[in-house]
Design a protein around this ligand. Structure first.
Ligand code: XMP
Ligand code: MG
Length: 178
C-alpha cells in the first residue's frame, strides 16, 4: 500500500505533535462546559480519536455521516445525511471535528443545520485545510495543517475507500487514479 504513495506530506509524528497542541487548546476553551464533540464520518475518525483522548475536560461524543462525494475526487456540492446524531443539539456547545475542509460545502451545511437546531455555540476543528478549494465562506476555528491543491489520502482520508488506515497524510501516485 505504501508504494502507491508518491509523497508523504505530513508525517505520523507531525500529526501527533499537532494533535496534542490542538487538544490543549480545546481543554482550555471548553473547561467546565461539557461540549458535544461531533465527528464527521468516516474521515475524521482517526483524528477524533487521537485528539479527544488528549482533551482533559468532560466531553460528550457523537457522529454524523454526510456525503458530498460519490466515491470520486470532486464534491458534488449536494450534501446528504447518511447518519444523523443521536443527541440533541439545542443549547449545547458544539465542537465539529473534520478531517479536511476543501470546498467548505459540507461544513457550511453542518453549521447551518446546527444553527437551525439552536446550538448555543459552534466551534470547528479540522486536521487539514485546503484553502484553494473553497466555494463557501466557512472558516475553521482550529486548523492542524494547510495543504496544497492536491488530492490527499491517509489518516482517515480515502480514495475509493482505500488508504484511510495510513498513519500519515500523503499524495497518491497519479497512475493510481488515472
Ligand atoms: P468539502 O469540499 O465539502 O469536503 O469541504 C468535505 C469532505 O470531502 C472530502 N475531501 C477529501 N478527501 N482527499 C480526500 O481523501 C482530499 O483531498 C479531499 N478533499 C475533500 C473529505 O471527506 C471532507 O470531509
Ligand atoms: Mg469528511
Amino acid at each position: 500500500m505504501h508504494d502507491e504513495i508518491q509523497e508523504i506530506l505530513i508525517s505520523e509524528e507531525e500529526i501527533q505533535v499537532k494533535t496534542k497542541q490542538l487538544a490543549e487548546k480545546i481543554t482550555n476553551d471548553f473547561d467546565g462546559k461539557f461540549p458535544l464533540a461531533i465527528g464527521v464520518l468516516k474521515g475524521a475518525m482517526p483524528f477524533m480519536s487521537d485528539l479527544l483522548k488528549r482533551v482533559n475536560t468532560h466531553i460528550e461524543m457523537d457522529f454524523m455521516d454526510v456525503s458530498s462525494y460519490e466515491g470520486g475526487m470532486k464534491s458534488t456540492g449536494e450534501v446528504k445525511i447518511i447518519k444523523d446524531l443521536n443527541t440533541q443539539v439545542k443549547d449545547r456547545d458544539i465542537l465539529i471535528i473534520e478531517d479536511i475542509i476543501d470546498s467548505g460545502l459540507t461544513l457550511s451545511y453542518l453549521v447551518d443545520l446546527f444553527k437551525y437546531r439552536q446550538a448555543k455555540s459552534i466551534t470547528i476543528v479540522t486536521l487539514l485545510d485546503k484553502p484553494t478549494g473553497r466555494k463557501s465562506d466557512v472558516k475553521a476555528d482550529l486548523v492542524g495543517f494547510e495543504v496544497p491543491d492536491a488530492f490527499v489520502v491517509g489518516y482517515g482520508l480515502d480514495y475509493e475507500e482505500k488508504y484511510r488506515n495510513l498513519p500519515y497524510i500523503g499524495v497518491l501516485k497519479p497512475e493510481i487514479y488515472s
